[in-house]
Design a protein around this ligand. Structure first.
Ligand code: NAD
Ligand code: 13P
Length: 384
């Protein structure tokens, strides 16, 4: 009688895979209704058919996840109000820039006892400061919101390759365990930690590092930049000696350089997260949502792919153009997140503490050509 009803809000690449994972479990556990409703942002395909109709006819999201059966109990629904109305478990998984509008549309139209989880990597920056997407959901809809992040390239999970993920929860462990049960499968291992902000910031910020990692030219020049800006920071932490040639030596070795970008990026992710929320726990960075997601995204994600193309074109083709060409309707999160992070850093006077985040944004907006990063650093105030 008290079965939970799940709706997935979003049906992109990860949204479709999330629906597939969930649908396999709602069939298995009697505590859930079998049917999983999936809200589809409707579009007309080149064939003239509506995407939601094709999904319901073929059981495949032919645009965002072709070739994968979602499960017969996944029902695509283009009507947002209708899709969320009866659900008491709402899974939000859209590109982050659309969430504010979606929340505005469904305010007052969801069940009072609804619980939410956000799989969205990104944040909003408002006059008052940064706002994580889970907070946006809680504030706008008045419901509790957990998060699920991790090393989760959707296409790999779609073909059931083993992955891990992290659920972040605020207080209610029972709710977190319910989400873990809903998502866990033998090939998708989910762990819960009590650190919503830490988990969500890991997922959000690693997209900025992935842009740096994908940018071959950026990788070539960044070590000089960091050398100039980080020497004092490294020395003060006792992690580096005065012999800084290790950076330069790394230039010959792509994997070492990429590892350096990941390490410095992880360090900035941790510093930024802790400056924003003192509650963020160190251990969170060792969960799937932390170092593991950073690695997989820097090696194989969409942000990395587009940044690679951007650097190869010498910054002459915009990210918007490359996103449209290379991702075919899927969305990049790293470029807008770099801008949002930059706004926070600028507003708080922290730019110089975060040279990687800052540089990524400057390059993305074309103020800094990848190849000019060395000269640029000459004119930038030094960290002290
Ligand atoms: P996607 O990148 O495939 O995005 C496309 C989706 O956006 C489509 O469903 C499209 O219909 C929808 N859309 C386009 N315009 C819209 C509008 N105006 N309003 C609402 N929706 C619109 O989506 P995704 O891969 O499911 O990503 C969603 C979130 O999940 C992102 O925050 C992403 O970082 C995160 N994520 C993605 C992956 C992955 O491998 N794809 C893995 C983990 C997390
Ligand atoms: P991209 O958006 O760069 O593909 O990253 C996907 C992801 O978040 C993997 O966990």
């Amino acid at each position: 009688p008290n079965k939970s009803r799940v709706t997935v809000v979003g049906s992109g690449n990860w949204g479709s895979v999330a629906a597939k994972l969930i649908a396999s479990n709602t069939l298995k556990f009697p505590s859930f209704h079998d049917e999983v409703r999936m809200w589809v942002f409707e579009e007309t395909l080149p064939s003239g058919e509506k995407l939601s109709e094709v999904i319901n006819r073929t059981n495949e999201n032919v645009k965002y996840l072709p070739g994968i059966k979602l499960g017969k109990n996944v029902v695509a629904d283009p009507d947002l109000d209708h899709a969320v109305r009866d659900a008491n478990m709402l899974v939000f998984v859209t590109p982050h820039q659309f969430m504010e509008g979606i929340c505005r549309k469904i305010v007052g139209k969801i069940r009072e006892d609804a619980e939410a989880i956000s799989l969205i990597k990104g944040m909003e920056v408002k006059m008052e400061g940064p706002c994580m997407i889970s907070t946006l959901i809680t504030e706008q809809l008045g419901i509790n919101c957990c998060v699920l992040m991790g090393a989760n390239i959707a296409n790999e999970i779609a073909v059931e390759k083993f992955s891990e993920a992290t659920v972040g929860y605020r207080q209610n462990k029972e709710i977190a365990e319910k989400w873990v049960r809903l998502f866990s499968t033998p090939y998708f291992m989910v762990t819960a930690v009590q650190d919503v902000e830490g988990v969500e910031l890991c997922g959000t910020l690693k997209n900025v590092v992935a842009i740096a990692a994908g940018c071959d030219l950026l990788m070539l020049f960044l070590p000089f930049y960091f050398l100039k800006h980080f020497q004092l920071l490294f020395l003060s932490n006792g992690e580096f000696g005065t012999d800084s040639t290790g950076f330069v030596d790394g230039l010959e070795m792509g994997n070492n350089t990429k590892a350096a970008i990941m390490r410095i990026g992880l360090r900035e992710m941790k510093a930024f997260s802790k400056l924003l929320f003192s509650s963020v726990k160190d251990n969170t960075f060792f969960e799937s949502c932390g170092v593991a997601d950073l690695i997989t995204t820097c090696l194989g994600g969409r942000n990395r792919k587009c940044a690679d193309a951007f650097a190869r074109n010498g910054g002459k083709r915009s990210f918007d153009e490359l996103e449209a060409e290379l991702l075919q309707g899927q969305k990049l999160q790293g470029v807008s997140t770099a801008k949002e992070v930059y706004e926070v850093l600028n507003h708080r006077g922290w730019l110089e503490l975060f040279p990687l985040f800052t540089t990524v944004h400057e390059i993305c907006i074309g103020h800094l050509p990848p190849s000019a990063i060395v000269e640029y650093s000459e004119h930038t105030p030094k960290f002290s």
